[in-house]
Design a protein around this ligand. Structure first.
Ligand code: MN
Length: 200
């Protein structure tokens, strides 16, 4: 990957495909302005640097916690997080996870409902901007949250799904009602098939 190949990946569905939970207007800003902005910023920041030829994951793990590389880390992680987020959602999502994933969820959380409650609790409890994640930690599924651009990659965890709880993800559609937005995402849009693929 070179700096000029850091590009915005295509959205995996139409901009109105997640309505009514996430409107085309929200997608227009979130994907078209915010995600695109992180891509543009990262391209400028890594141009002619040692990071220009690296895959995104290597940029993230190589700059995590390095004080003078915070801008590169933040933009690289936000590019990765958003690409992962769009794939974590799907029209007609929610419902029952595929059997192989459901078995793993039951083993780690007791039930799918308990897992969803834990994701929702993490999403609502995240103070300010950030993310709620379903991750694989060893052979156990866990829920973690992260602030701002942070993601579980730098802790060596394997992300399976994420929910964006930056205000730009829901404010146009839900204003201050983050909990209602998260509940609707988990019931109607969450892409369990994607989580199963990531489980490997
Ligand atoms: Mn976002």
């Amino acid at each position: 990957m070179s700096a000029n190949t850091i590009v915005l990946p295509p959205l995996p569905y139409a901009d109105n495909a997640l309505e009514p939970v996430i409107t085309a207007r929200t997608i227009g800003f979130h994907y078209g302005k915010h995600h695109q902005g992180y891509v543009d910023n990262l391209g400028k920041l890594v141009k002619d640097t040692e990071y220009a030829e690296l895959p995104l994951e290597k940029i993230i793990t190589g700059t995590a916690g390095v004080a003078d590389k915070a801008a590169i880390f933040n933009n690289a992680a936000q590019v990765w997080n958003h690409t992962f987020y769009w794939q974590s959602l799907t029209p007609k999502g929610g419902g029952e996870p595929p059997a192989a994933l459901k078995a793993r969820i039951d083993a780690s959380f007791g039930s799918v409902d308990a897992c969803k409650k834990e994701i929702a609790a993490a999403a609502v409890a995240q103070f300010g901007s950030g993310w709620a994640w379903l991750v694989l930690d060893g052979d156990k599924l866990k829920v973690v949250k992260s602030a701002n651009a942070d993601n579980p990659l730098k802790a060596g965890l394997k992300p399976l799904l994420t929910v964006d709880v930056w205000e730009h993800a829901y404010y146009l559609d839900y204003q201050n009602r983050r909990a209602d937005h998260v509940a609707a995402v988990l019931d109607k849009l969450i892409n369990w098939e994607f989580a199963l693929q990531n489980l490997g």
